[in-house]
Ligand binder design. Structure first.
Ligand SMILES: [Ca+2]
Ligand SMILES: [Ca+2]
Ligand SMILES: [Ca+2]
Length: 599
């Protein structure tokens, strides 16, 4: 974006901020005649709600009237193969209501082990993932490179790093690691910004919020929505800065937020964060979705410092200069350019943003041009993912909704508290069609959803969807796929690079089509997708070439692979048997590698 554009955007943002005084910005109107075309003439994959028969009985704690902003924001879901048996497992975060917290009551998250037969078993008690926390979400990374994926949980008032001991148990190592933060943390993501092979940790903090100083319901213009009393915020409340923790390689981290230039001195309301290599240098950059304030794009300068280029890149605002609610993030090469583009979810009457990566740090907002924006306007949108649900080789988009104010059910002008989900199918020409009503009844069931993660839960070649709701039960959507379409999946293991190969990039050519994918920690809304990279291949029956660019800079090239397979790739070795990249469980006589619990 050129200087005149930047000034225009700034002027618009300032004018808009001054023109209203509510907890969320007032969005500009959509362009006249804007539409999201319905999908026609193509099969749509059916997404079946199998939660009732999955054995998952988790339910998120919730208050009826959401008198405090904290009570509207939790509900991240983490999908990761914690026991490394090749089947994705699920962790649901949980947070008590404010009244519960004030009364000293807790709300427990839950870890479910995948039984390989469509069902899951609650293994929370044995796992030790039981430290009380006002949890929001989390991220997965292997901070000690032992091959066992570790879990970071974000909370209000102190985050938790759990070391995976490899025997089904986790140990709270927060105190030794020094990554508690202590503020109200929302999104988190691991990424190795300095290329030393150890993953660092970025944490986005939201509002400066204290249980002993609660903003009173309906008490100011920032605590009204369309004239009705609601919870206060985020506008009108003080924001909180962000944290970057450098991994010292010995189980400890150092807070480098300020020296790296990512501490957010403005105190913008951070929600979600992701590391992605936006300019294909091998060094991961950072994108932070800030609620009701400009979004941050941090370019990794390669010397331990980052340059914030949100305005210049065109990703800070909507095209017409609006600050938006910016809850969830998806990153993907949806248009086969080899460059990762950005999708960001927003509030009621704010369209979701598609920022097309045109290279050289220039992003073009294509929200309306792509056909995505109009269908998203009525809803409050959260978790989202670029995922090829019909295996045609083009990344589709799925997004969940649900309002923050239960009071909207009494407002004629609002879309209501419970909301449906959005499914947008990629048409291969830079545009998407709306299939929300065509994928079975589950997407149209109105819920109050927050987190979303994608994974091939049942190892059948179709990507499934896990959704956590703020009020009540989660939803497991089993994807029945499209018969006859082919696919491939890669699980990567770094040697010189970080062990889970975060930010490794895979380029694949099959049937004359080249696609790229990247391993990502964090993203969506407070959630974590499975780390395996899945590609739909359409009618292609052979893969011509695969190129893997590791964070170390090494490149592995593989020629001619069969389709419809899961492959394990070891840095420098190419395709290897799955056992080669899976760690051995510790002997029972061994102490956990990080020593006894910190508390
Ligand atoms: Ca598993
Ligand atoms: Ca580990
Ligand atoms: Ca597709």
């Amino acid at each position: 974006m050129k200087l005149a554009g930047i000034l225009f955007v700034l002027a618009c943002a300032i004018a808009r901020a001054g023109a209203q005084g509510m907890g969320h910005p007032t969005p500009p109107p959509p362009p006249p005649g804007a539409k999201s075309p319905k999908c026609a003439g193509r099969p749509i994959p059916q997404l079946e709600d199998i939660t009732a028969k999955s054995g998952i009985t988790f339910s998120h704690a919730s208050s009826e009237d959401k008198r405090y902003i904290f009570e509207s924001m939790s509900g991240g879901v983490i999908v990761f193969d914690y026991d490394r048996d090749g089947w994705p497992d699920i962790y649901f975060t949980n947070a008590p209501t404010i009244k519960m917290a004030l009364d000293g009551k807790t709300a427990m998250g839950a870890l479910y082990r995948n039984n390989h037969d469509g069902t899951f078993t609650d293994v929370t008690a044995k796992s030790g993932l039981t430290k009380p926390c006002l949890a929001m979400g989390g991220a997965v990374g292997d901070y000690d490179n032992d091959g066992w994926p570790d879990l970071y949980i974000t909370c209000q008032g102190g985050n938790i790093l759990y070391h995976n001991n490899g025997d089904g148990t986790f140990t709270d190592v927060t105190a030794k690691a020094g990554v508690a933060d202590g503020r109200w943390s929302a999104g988190a993501a691991f990424g190795d910004y300095d290329g030393d092979g150890f993953v660092d940790l970025m944490v986005a903090n939201y509002v400066d919020f204290h249980l002993d100083d609660l903003p009173a319901f309906g008490s100011s213009p920032y605590c009204k929505y369309r004239g009705v009393d609601v919870q206060c915020g985020p506008r009108g409340l003080k924001g909180a800065g962000d944290s970057l923790f450098h991994n010292n390689g010995d189980g400890t981290f150092t807070d480098v937020s300020k020296s790296a230039g990512v501490s957010d001195p403005n105190g913008y309301y951070g929600l979600s964060v992701i590391w992605a290599d936006f300019n294909n240098t091998g060094r991961p950059d950072i994108f932070v979705a800030n609620d009701s304030t400009p979004k941050y794009l941090y370019k990794n300068l390669g010397n331990g410092k980052f340059e914030e280029i949100g305005y210049e890149s065109g990703t800070a605002f909507s095209k017409d200069g609006a600050e938006q609610a910016s809850m969830g993030i998806a990153v993907g090469d949806y248009n086969h350019t080899g460059r990762p583009s950005l999708y960001v979810t927003n509030f009621e009457d704010e369209n979701n943003d598609l920022y097309r990566n045109d290279g050289d740090w220039d992003f073009s907002e294509q929200s309306y041009e792509s056909g995505l924006a109009a269908a998203s306007l009525p809803w409050v949108k959260w978790g989202t993912a670029f995922v090829d649900l019909d295996n045609d080789g083009w990344l589709d988009l799925i997004t969940v909704g649900g309002h923050v104010y239960p009071q909207t059910d009494k407002m004629a002008s609002s879309s209501g508290y419970r909301q449906p989900k959005l499914l947008s199918m990629n048409q291969g020409d830079g545009t998407f069609c709306d299939a929300s009503t065509q994928a079975g009844p589950a997407l149209m069931e109105k819920r109050v959803s927050r987190g979303l993660a994608v994974a091939d839960l049942f190892n059948d070649g179709n990507m499934d969807v896990v959704i956590e709701d703020l009020d009540g039960s989660p939803m497991i959507l089993r994807n029945h796929g499209i018969p006859g379409r082919h696919w491939v999946s890669f699980e990567l293991a770094g040697v010189k690079s970080n062990r889970l190969a975060l930010n490794a990039r895979v380029k694949i050519t099959a049937g004359g089509v080249t696609q790229t994918g990247e391993v990502h920690s964090g993203g969506s809304y407070l959630s974590q997708n499975d780390l395996r990279i899945h590609f739909g291949l359409g009618a292609a029956t052979k893969i011509d070439s695969v190129e893997i660019r590791w964070p170390s800079g090494a490149v592995d090239r593989i020629a001619s692979l069969d389709v419809d397979q899961f492959y394990s790739v070891l840095e420098g070795q190419g395709i290897v048997p799955a056992e080669r990249i899976r760690p051995q469980p510790p002997a029972h006589t061994n102490q956990p590698p990080q020593g006894p619990p910190a508390h």
